[in-house]
Design a protein around this ligand. Structure first.
Ligand code: FES
Ligand SMILES: [Fe+2]
Length: 422
């Protein structure tokens, strides 16, 4: 009904200054979320792409870091700023046993020990007094992980049942096929949570990726999702969310082309891991075979990393090129095509460098987002209260259970059942 008041309401005039929630958005050292995120291992480089050729500059949780692999094959992460007088080790040289600064030739190993001070008498008789700040690293699933938290709380590096055991002929694919991003991940210019929240927002699949911009998933109606998967009119009735031991999960019910009832789901493991199945070659009863991490660089930038366990040479293409806009890849689009056929990038980046939580109007289809934010706030609370947050274990544990996949719904109880061997 049209408003009958003589005075206009709802105008933009006089609104309070918009703001974001710092406990969610800020990731620097000493911030509540920054401290919580530092309690988990974070991917920092793709293993195979990290060679001894050159050091790489990156930023993680607001800290400028250098990641390199020494001549003996050991990965290392150190502060970018040289402990001598501050030159960037990005301009340094990787050697057999460490990295050497360009300015005066101080050399540091992967744990920051100063091995040599080239211009000092005797190579530096007091070189032990210099220590380049460093962080511990471990390699797994084709990635180098870094731990930037308190050393006494260092957890074991988690394992996941969707990525192991590796079967005959399988390998881990973890390099973005994008120039400049093969080593240190795919950069996006917005707060990390805008990317991660998208992972528990299946309603946008029913609108953005189908109705608004045309079907964007490659394979839709052929090898992919049937068209009724996307129906926005029934989406909210077909989506369920739940908390899990490690975070949250959602499931989208739909009827397959063969009339079987199916559930398709993804799960999120705190603080920033997404478990995903193949969304192009959508085969019945298939478990996820990949993980994706959204790692904050700072408050307004993030880098994504992934690992896929596969023997299929086309699997990476399906993940990387599996969502099109107007039938094209993002770098082929004109500005007008991006406007007419927007995808995740346009939607997420246009929320701003850090989305303004005070300006949001959350509704029923944001249940997953609300659930995730509550979990993250509890994670922050736990760390502030001196507890280890959800999913952090200081002792070796078996691979974590992942729920993500496509499952046929059992006729008897209408609950999704895992595939054989899942
Ligand atoms: S600033 Fe690095 S060696 Fe002097
Ligand atoms: Fe999306």
């Amino acid at each position: 009904m049209t408003e009958t008041s003589l005075v206009d309401s709802g105008t933009g005039y006089g609104r309070k200054t918009p703001s974001y929630e710092p406990r969610l958005a800020e990731v620097g050292p000493g911030t509540p979320m920054g401290e919580a995120l530092r309690r988990y291992w974070q991917p920092i480089a793709a293993s195979a792409a990290l060679t001894s050729e050159a050091p790489h500059r990156t930023r993680v949780l607001g800290e400028d870091l250098i990641v390199f692999r020494d001549g003996q094959g050991r990965p290392g992460v150190v502060f970018e700023r040289c402990a001598h007088r501050g030159s960037s080790l990005y301009y340094g040289r990787v050697e057999d046993d460490g990295i050497r600064c360009c300015y005066h030739g101080w050399k540091f190993d992967v744990q920051g020990h100063c091995l040599e001070q080239a211009c000092e008498p005797g190579g530096g008789l007091r070189r032990d007094a210099a220590r380049q700040p460093w962080y511990p690293v471990e390699e797994r699933y084709g990635l180098v992980f870094v731990y930037m938290g308190p050393p006494e709380r260092k957890p074991t590096l988690p394992r996941y049942d969707c990525l192991e055991p590796q079967e005959e002929g399988e390998r881990y694919l973890a390099e973005w096929p994008v120039p400049g991003m093969t080593v240190t991940g795919l950069v996006q210019d917005c707060n990390w949570l805008q990317i991660y929240e998208n992972a528990i927002d299946p309603a946008h699949i029913s609108w953005l990726h189908s109705q608004h911009s045309g079907y964007q998933f490659v394979g839709t109606g052929t090898t992919g999702f049937p068209e009724n998967f996307f129906d926005p009119a029934t989406a909210s009735d077909r989506i369920t969310y739940k908390r899990t031991d490690f975070g949250a999960a959602y499931n989208v019910r739909f009827t397959g082309d063969d009339s079987a009832e199916r559930g398709w789901g993804a799960d999120l493991h705190l603080p920033n891991v997404l478990v995903l199945p193949d969304f192009v070659n959508v085969t019945a009863d298939a478990k996820a075979d990949m993980l994706l991490w959204v790692v904050p660089c700072d408050d307004t930038h993030n880098r994504s990393f992934f690992s896929i366990r596969t023997s299929d040479p086309e699997r990476l293409d399906r993940f990387f090129l599996g969502v099109k806009q107007n039938g094209k890849d993002p770098w082929e689009l004109s500005e007008e095509e991006r406007r007419q056929y927007p995808g995740d990038g346009e939607a997420q980046l246009s929320q701003g460098p850090v989305t303004l939580h005070s300006e949001e109007t959350l509704a029923t289809t944001d249940r997953g987002v609300v659930m995730l934010r509550r979990l993250l706030k509890t994670m922050v609370d736990d760390v502030q209260a001196g507890r280890d947050p959800r999913g952090v274990s200081l002792t070796e544990v078996p691979p974590r259970h992942t729920e993500s996949g496509m499952f046929t719904v059992a006729a008897a109880d209408k609950t999704p059942v895992p595939s054989a061997g899942a």
